[in-house]
Write a protein that binds this ligand. Structure first.
Ligand code: SN0
Length: 312
């Protein structure tokens, strides 16, 4: 594996899932990371991604350096060819070349601004890391995708060993306008498994066409929940009316009564979750969200191990 930014970076998704499951059972089986350094660069907050990557690297004998560039670094300029007499203090091409000289693998987290759709969907920031890094790049959530989360989600579903499960990705309310990265990525990865995926969202919240292809959309949340094995809840802002939170009349908060419509369905969420907005306390307290979070470690470890093995 060269980089890890989407499903396109791996041909062997079932193998990657199985490798993660084996690493979970025996985390110290490989020290392929010995004398190697992982760099983690954050433009945005993180809890699970940051800690699970550090733990995964540690399990492989790898050192880690972390920087919150948004808080601790110079203000990064992203425009090519610009005259830097304004706010930006250091160009991304200089920063990435320098950082990649200190590390063997480089992770970066960069959320979308949710203002300009073309710019976000061109992955302006991640793309510059790919362009200028001398070492493999891992997405720690980009403007449009969150592949480490999705891999952990597939590992989690695999642990239940349900053949061709019905999986519902359900939009849920939120006080803020959030990225489409987690739902886009979830669809992209689940499509590559034998699961039957349904998207449940209010009209206007359909995702980008490239992710929606072949995915049934249901605007009635209760109808979608019927006989589901997994309910994956997430808020996202509108793709079509880009970055906006459109008014929604029905109540899309996930409750125990709605979960009763499923086939003893398991509730999933990437976290962080706004309790009693996205889902009620009792739903979250009887969910598999901590199992998902735990699986971020073995998923990250499988990805790191594959990258290190192909870049000895
Ligand atoms: C991020 C998102 O993409 O939706 C990260 C999820 C892993 N979530 C948030 O930014 C939540 C922020 C909030 O105010 O609850």
């Amino acid at each position: 594996m060269k980089n890890f930014t989407s499903t396109n970076d791996t041909e062997d998704i079932p193998g990657l899932i199985q490798e993660a499951i084996q690493l979970k059972a025996n985390p110290h089986q490989s020290n392929v990371g010995q004398n190697k350094t992982l760099g983690l660069i954050f433009f945005n907050p993180s809890l699970r991604t940051r800690l699970s990557m550090q733990k995964a690297a540690d399990n492989l004998g790898m050192n880690v350096i972390v920087m919150n560039v948004d808080k601790d670094g110079w203000k990064i300029e992203f425009e090519e060819g610009t005259i830097m007499d304004g706010e930006g203090q250091e160009h991304v091409k200089d920063a990435v070349r320098v950082i990649s000289g200190y590390v063997d693998v480089l992770g970066v987290r960069t959320f979308p601004e949710l203002k300009n759709r073309e710019e976000d969907y061109s992955e302006k920031v991640l793309q510059q890391f790919l362009n200028y890094s001398e070492v493999p790049v891992i997405s720690l959530e980009s403007a449009t995708l969150h592949p480490l989360q999705s891999l952990a989600d597939l590992v989690t579903m695999e642990e239940y060993k349900i053949r061709s499960p019905k999986v519902v990705l359900s939009w849920a309310p939120h006080p803020k306008a959030l990225p489409q990265s987690v739902p886009n990525s979830f669809l992209q990865w689940v499509k590559r498994t034998e699961a039957n995926i349904v998207l449940a969202c209010p009209a206007g919240y359909e995702l980008a066409g490239e992710f929606m292809e072949g995915i049934p959309v249901v605007h009635d949340q209760k109808e979608a929940f019927d006989q589901a094995d997994f309910i994956y809840a997430k808020n996202w802002s509108s793709y079509h009316d880009y970055g906006r939170s459109l008014p929604v009349e029905e109540d899309w908060t996930i409750t125990i009564d709605k979960m009763k419509l499923t086939r003893q369905g398991k509730f999933m969420h990437c976290l962080p979750i706004r309790r009693n907005v996205v889902a009620t306390d009792d739903v979250i307290d009887h969910s598999i969200v901590y199992q998902q979070a735990k699986n971020r470690e073995c998923a990250a470890q499988a990805v790191l191990k594959r990258i290190l093995e192909s870049h000895g």
